[in-house]
Design a protein around this ligand. Structure first.
Ligand SMILES: *Cc1c(COP(=O)(O)O)cnc(C)c1O
Length: 385
């Protein structure tokens, strides 16, 4: 099933998911096996010999993700960070340099600053929304990769994917885009020139807060082969049951994202009028500095909303503690609404660094519940003491 021939929602339900050839099962079975009987020495059936190297349930997910991103090769990993680590160690060597966003996801920042750096990888954090800053950070001959995230977590800054791809290619570097916040339903970086897309499938792709996973999707076959080699050689693969859960979530990605966006738009309109809120960060707002770029490269503006409070850090913490329907929790992208304080939760590892986030910031992952209930919960959480 090719991306040219079918619409997004059709691909989400069918790509990589032909009925099982043996039984006709409409849903791909969970091949919960570590190994496969071989017909003769050196003759594995259908090429499957060991589940780190290949598993039919994982293959179904990988094919589906490749179709949704409009890419050539999809690879599924044990977590988003496992996917990131595999990509870094496949394409970079000690002594190489990487440009990263100055407001990267906290775990991504920690991977660069506390792990890859010890291994000899150099990095510079810049605002990726500023192409001049990206150009100035380039070290020709050494910069191997621009690592981008758009919209970013939790400040929801927007980078111009096509412009970054042009810059990367001018210097013979690669552009990687962490597409976790938008999901392929809202944004397809490979069609804008990116070389590889990174996902935490834990978030919108899985969509039900019941599974941790990650993925890489490449624009080209060669990089796809290289990453597939490293997926097997490094071994951080997605397990069969996790792949099955993720694939089940992916089927409804389009309808879920539309509802996430509908609800987020209502939440933004509510917060914009609230006297306790000094600023709402959402790329769909005309006042957002990245709005024009976001409108150019995204179908809609997503389910993530951040806001800052007039009452400062204490009020931000209080609102998080008082919310009821919005569950106080890390992570995002599930059907249920979540609230968190990035400074003390997801982005604690960036404290004291250039990537520190404002302490009066609250982040919402707006779920797909009945909108009036969500607004009522925010109303009570924001009520003055
Ligand atoms: C959660 C997240 C990751 C890391 O993924 P895990 O599945 O938690 O390892 C990477 N990037 C972004 C934007 C995320 O939100």
């Amino acid at each position: 099933m090719t991306a040219d021939a079918h619409g997004f929602d059709t691909l989400a339900i069918h790509a990589g998911q032909e009925p099982d050839p043996r039984t006709g099962a409409v849903v791909p079975p969970i091949y919960q096996t570590s190994t496969y009987a071989q017909d003769a020495v050196g003759a594995p059936r259908l090429g499957y010999e060991y589940s780190r190297s290949g598993n039919p349930t994982r293959d179904a997910l990988q094919e589906c993700l490749a179709a949704l991103e409009g890419g050539r090769r999809g690879l599924a990993f044990a977590s988003g960070l496992a996917a990131e680590d595999t990509l870094l160690r496949a394409v970079c060597r000690p002594g190489d340099h990487v440009v990263i966003p100055d407001d990267a996801y906290g775990g991504t920042y920690r991977l660069f600053a506390k792990v890859a750096e010890n291994w000899g990888l150099d990095w510079t954090a810049v605002p990726l929304s500023d192409p001049d800053a990206v150009r100035a950070a380039f070290r020709p001959g050494h910069t191997r990769l621009i690592w981008s995230e758009t919209p970013t977590n939790p400040l929801l800054n927007v980078a111009d994917i096509a412009a970054l791809a042009g810059l990367a290619h001018e210097f013979d570097a690669l552009l990687a885009v962490d597409n976790t916040f938008a999901s392929p339903y809202l944004q397809q970086p490979l069609t804008l020139g990116a070389d590889v897309v990174v996902h935490s499938t834990t978030k919108y792709l899985g969509g039900h807060s019941d599974v941790v996973g990650g993925a890489l999707v490449t624009a080209g076959d060669e990089l796809g082969e290289q990453l597939a080699f490293h997926q097997n050689a490094m071994g951080a693969v997605n397990g069969p049951f996790d792949a099955w859960l993720t694939l089940r979530g992916v089927k409804t990605l389009g309808v879920r994202m539309d509802r996430h966006c509908d609800n987020a738009e209502r939440v933004v309109a509510y917060l914009e009028r609230h006297p306790a809120v000094t600023r709402v960060l959402y790329p769909g707002l005309a006042s957002h500095p990245g709005h024009e770029t976001a409108a150019k490269q995204m179908r809609r503006f997503g389910g993530m909303v951040s806001f800052r409070l007039a009452g400062g850090p204490e009020q931000a913490v209080r609102v998080c503690n008082r919310a009821r329907l919005f569950v106080l929790a890390e992570s995002l992208g599930g059907v249920e609404s979540l609230i968190e304080h990035p400074g003390q939760m997801t982005h604690l590892s960036a404290a004291g660094s250039a990537l520190e986030v404002p302490a009066d910031l609250v982040r919402l992952s707006v779920g797909i519940e009945t909108i009036d209930d969500l607004l009522a919960d925010l109303e009570q959480a924001l009520r003055p003491l």
